[in-house]
Structures are given as C-alpha cells and as structure tokens.
Write a protein that binds this ligand. Structure first.
Ligand code: CA
Length: 433
C-alpha cells in the first residue's frame, strides 16, 4: 500500500461504540490521532483521540488488547517511537485500534481505558529534537515581501528552493499554554536608535506542522519518491511573531528573537495514514514558473502531494470572553496555497545529508489564501497594522492585544470520505513582565 491509498479503516460507514465519535468534527473513528496526555493527577501516557474521549494506548497494550501488533516500549515521554515505526506496523496498529473501537463486542474490555478528554491535560506529543520552519505559502511570501521590500517582494530563489530556517524546539508548547508578550529590541521608523520593551506588533502565523517519522542517517539524503515514508503526521502550528523585532533583526541572518519566544501546536499527531483520503494533486505552477529541479520532482508527489485541508483562524478577545461571545473568524482558506509540497520540503531538508530524526517538527510557513478572507497572519490582514480590522463587537485590532486568544482549526474533507480535523491550536496572550 502507498501513502495515499485507503483501507477499511477509512470506510465512511464505519462507526464507533464511543458515541461521541460519530459525527465528531475532529476525531471520528476514521482519524485515530496519537497524543501524550495526563488524566487528572496521573502521569503522562500515550493515547488516541476518539470523539470526546482519549483511549489509553499504553493501558490497552498492558492489557493485551493490541494482540499481535508489535509496539515499541513506552517511557511516558512521548510518541517518538510510535512515529518511527515502519509504515506496515503503523497500519497494523491503526487497523487494530479501528476494530477495537468499532466492534461492540470489545466495549467491555476497552471502556476501562477511556478517559474524558475534558478531564485530561494534553502535552507536546513528542520529544522534538529539532524544529525547522519553511516559507512555502506563496501568497504569504508575496504579501509580507511587499511590506518589507516593496520593489522586490519575492526573491529570485523562491521558486527554486523551499526556503526555510532552523527554529527553536525548546519553546514549543501545546495548545492552551498561554504565551507571554515578549520584550525585545526594536527600532521605531522615526527613531535614530533602537529601544527595548514589549512588542507592540504581536502577531500569529497560521501554519501546518509536519511530524517526522523515520529518520535518515547523517550524510544520506531522502529521495523525493521516498519522502512520504518519513512523514508521520500533521498538526496545526501557530508561529507567534513580534513584527517590530523581526523588521529590525532579520537581516542578514533571518528570524531570531522575533520568533523563538514561543510556538503553539495542536497536541494530536494526525497520521499520514489518516490523511490518505485527503490527498490532492499539487496545483499546477503558474505559466512561466520554473519546474522543480529533478531532486524535488516526483510524479506521485505531483498527483497526491497536496492536502485537502481547510484552515481557519479565530480570535477571542477578553471583552468577547467576558460577554460570553463566540470567537470571531479572522480567515478561512485552503492548504493548497503551498508552493512546495510536504514531501518536497522533507526531500530538500535532507538533500545535503542533514539528518532528520523521529519527532522532529517542520513548519510549512504561513499559509495564506490569495484573497484577504484567507490571509494567515494579522500583518497581512491589516497591511502591517495600517488598516485595523473591526471585530463583530466593534473592537478593532491592528495587532494582537493582551488577553486575546488565537484559535487555529483545520478540517480535512473529500468526496466519499468522513471528514476529520487536526484538533484545536489555541493560546491566550499574557501581558509582558
Ligand atoms: Ca513562520
């Protein structure tokens, strides 16, 4: 089986005896994402989201419910070993979990291993060795490039090289962990010299996170045709950004303190296997654009490398929260605005012999639609703060304020398939200290 083919675990008629899973927008039985969770007062362990519940995978394993599926030892420190399993073993585990949760006869044996998700804490699911952020959202690259370099928005390398930089793994946090407004150095346009203080241009970035499964040895590359074998799954990623720090510091070496104070991810690894029904052909490049160089070009990747995901951003201000109002939608757009596929960024990353490891995280870069209703950052929505947006309750925003909560969501859908979601990526801004 290949990475875009489906099996009985994707069947649209499949339902679970866990009632909340049936019709669940994120976690029906067709999803089965992995995560690291703690039931109240208990140690962290590996689990699987099913509806509003979490199945304790380690508990099921200890109770011999996983039968012949061979699992790596768990150490309570994340899903790295699961991500690294060979694809055949991952499929076998997925089939077994699907049967356990579909078959009414398994209810009595499996039920003791279910926990209400609302009573659990979700953690960053893996030990992230390295984090790399790319820049594949071409409309974002154009929009931001125009603000930083009006005459020269898209640099000439963009259509040849999947642009990326090495980010910071230590400050990645799971959804719901608040983010502190960072203090840093910036130079106001009218000032002669820089000042130090809390950022006044705090922003979010809507990105997909890509979890690396099997790694590659230092000195070896990952051929584009094999790249999907190294991708374990997906999440949402909010690459919080301090635009004033960024503008002052980013040349000549790129993003640094403007980006590394915190990044927030959705806590579930939605597996490559779960995403099989939601594969699309990579949109054709515009007339006149160069073809990808041979090491980045693969027929199967061209046919199946894009993702049928709809991405959304919501904002909940402190005033809205106090008034009991629903979050306001800031944008909505497709993930097909990626100029490079996930397989291309993986192949490119390893093309010089750089070794990727299980549990590494790649960010795609901000994914913006071509039109304003799908822009993936505040900087784009407000044209660098010049045109503040007005929220349904009359509040305005040029950039994010203390107490604001940014919520990212993503839904995968395709004809004949049950839709799945990536789960929420949500965090609130605390004032600077
Ligand atoms: Ca970014």
């Amino acid at each position: 089986m290949t990475w875009w083919q489906t099996d009985e675990t994707h069947a649209p008629e499949l339902t679970s005896w866990v009632e909340s899973a049936n019709g669940h927008s994120d976690f029906p039985i067709q999803n089965l994402p992995f995560g690291l969770f703690s039931p109240a007062g208990q140690a962290a362990r590996v689990g699987v989201a099913i509806g509003d519940m979490i199945l304790d995978l380690e508990g099921c394993h200890a109770a011999n419910l996983l039968e012949s599926v061979s699992l790596p030892p768990f150490h309570g420190d994340g899903v790295n070993a699961l991500l690294a399993m060979p694809q055949d073993a991952k499929r076998a585990l997925r089939r077994r979990l699907s049967r356990l949760l579909a078959d009414e006869a398994q209810r009595d044996a499996v039920s003791p291993h279910l926990h209400a998700a609302a009573d659990c804490t979700l953690h960053v699911p893996a030990r992230i060795g390295d984090y790399t952020d790319f820049y594949v959202g071409i409309h974002h690259a154009n929009n931001v490039g125009r603000q930083f370099r009006p005459d020269n928005p898209l640099l000439p390398n963009y259509k040849y090289v999947p642009i990326g930089y090495h980010g910071r793994a230590s400050s990645i946090r799971a959804s719901h962990v608040p983010v502190r407004r960072p203090v840093g150095q910036r130079k106001p346009p009218e000032a002669d010299s820089p000042i130090v203080g809390p950022t006044t241009r705090l922003d979010y970035e809507l990105e997909l996170g890509v979890w690396i499964g099997a790694g590659n040895e230092l000195g070896t590359s990952v051929p584009i045709a094999d790249a999907a074998q190294h991708v374990a799954g997906f999440c949402l990623l909010n690459d919080w950004s301090a635009r004033d720090f960024q503008a002052w510091e980013y040349q000549p070496l790129g993003p640094f303190l403007a980006k590394n104070f915190q990044s927030t991810i959705s806590p579930w690894v939605v597996t490559c296997e779960a995403m099989a029904p939601f594969r699309l052909a990579q949109p054709a490049r515009p007339e006149g654009d160069p073809a990808p160089l041979p090491y980045l070009l693969d027929e199967a990747d061209e046919q199946h490398g894009a993702l049928a995901l709809t991405l959304e951003v919501f904002l909940l201000t402190a005033r809205m929260r106090d008034a009991g109002e629903a979050p306001a939608q800031l944008s909505r757009g497709p993930a097909t605005s990626m100029y490079w596929t996930v397989n291309q960024i993986v192949a490119h990353h390893a093309s010089n012999g750089c070794n990727l490891n299980p549990g590494d995280l790649l960010g795609t870069g901000t994914i913006s639609a071509p039109t304003r209703d799908g822009f993936g950052s505040m900087m784009e929505l407000t044209i660098g703060g010049k045109e503040p947006i007005t929220l349904p309750n009359g509040e305005t925003r040029a950039f994010l304020e203390d107490g604001d909560e940014v919520i990212l969501r993503a839904a995968a859908s395709a004809p004949g398939a049950v839709s799945i979601g990536l789960g929420e990526c949500r965090a609130r801004i605390l004032p600077a200290t």
